[in-house]
Design a protein around this ligand. Sequence first.
Ligand SMILES: *Cc1c(COP(=O)(O)O)cnc(C)c1O
Length: 445
Amino acid sequence: MSELALFGGKKAIDRIDEELFKWPIITDEDRAAVMEVLEKRAMSGVDITRKFEEEFAKWNGTKFALGFNNGTASLLAAMYGAGVGHGDEIIAPTITYWASCTQALSLGATVVFANVHPKTLCIDPEDIKRKITSRTKAIVVVHYLAHPCDMDEIMAIANEHGIKVIEDVSHAQGGLYKGKKLGSIGHVAGMSLMTGKSFAIGEGGMLVTNDRDIYERAISLGSYERFNENEIKNEELRPYVGLPFGGYKFRMHQMSSAVGRVQLKYYDERCNEIRKAMNYFWDLLEGVPGIRPLRVDEKSGSTMAGFYAAHGRYIKEELGGLSITRFCEAVRAEGYEECAPGCNAPLHTHPLFSVVDVYGEGKPSRIANSEDDIRRFDENLTESVDLGSTIFWIPWFKKFDKDVIEQYANAFKKVAYGYKELLEGDEGDTERIGGWFFFKSAHKK
Ligand SMILES: *Cc1c(COP(=O)(O)O)cnc(C)c1O
């Protein structure tokens, strides 16, 4: 192997093609769809959103789809739809974006955090079992970084205890678990469709479910113009239609739904291309010490959807204990400038979940409505706390361009095989790696 670029050698990557990373792909069809909404002054209606919902529900293999102004609202409505309320607990992974679970506090409920499995970065079913109490109402599972959760195991646990499963599909729209569409396996799913995500339409969110009661309860929270006698069949809701129970207004902006309708037509095809590129990248790195893919074997019928925010796993023991910080520094020098360790920081370590009294109840909100101090469950989450130093960002290719992908794979190979030279001058990792959200610079636009 040639000399590492960090020490003055030639960079492994000499062709940077911005087009390869641009997302979402925008064509004249998207432009025309947006212009049509503008010309019709239809930005605030629901007619286009309803069409988008119908198409989305069909594509997702669910009976109902309900559009939202963002994914955060769709997940709040999913919780409400699933019956989460005052004094209830939801179980959620500690490694995720805050909007998978934080909304529970506004329902008077609370969050019990669970570990994620270090190989899948998805909620660990064994830890779910340990965290179920008589107050558990729902489990939020996040198909984190597009990796499908162990749904067979999770559904079995939930059904045994009569608990609802809410899928957060924000990272994995269109992905499969053993042949089934993600978001169609749990009782309800919510997801972000904002521009940074894999299914990107602007700002927007979508709730999908096969359960009419969940769907109607979700409508009742913040979809006021649809909360009417024509649409609501549930006898417990019908007498009270007209005003949104949550006092929220959640409808999707129609420029977003118009873009969504166009994006949906091409989404699967574009994800196939992404997976072809990403799987090729990982195939090239097969057997390289210190590096493991974060992906699934597609022969199982599962997929990595659109490989949202693609990451790899780092095994420092195979590279003489080289810190991931130093490893990434050397990869950046090879020309992949966004290489960095980490993912979302563990939510339970933020003071919002230990001390902040959001609603003036004289107690931290996390335990304001509990009999039991569920913060004690946080003690066994140390594995998740260290997770940031075991995974690193990889390029998220949108196009299958063999030559460029090979260059990027070579950058990683060169550093992995040249690790010995890096040991000297390795200052180690900072204590905590990971942020509350992903910065734009972390993945190439
Ligand atoms: C982005 C994201 C959300 C929230 O979606 P918004 O559209 O940003 O409100 C929820 N969960 C996860 C896992 C996300 O990444």
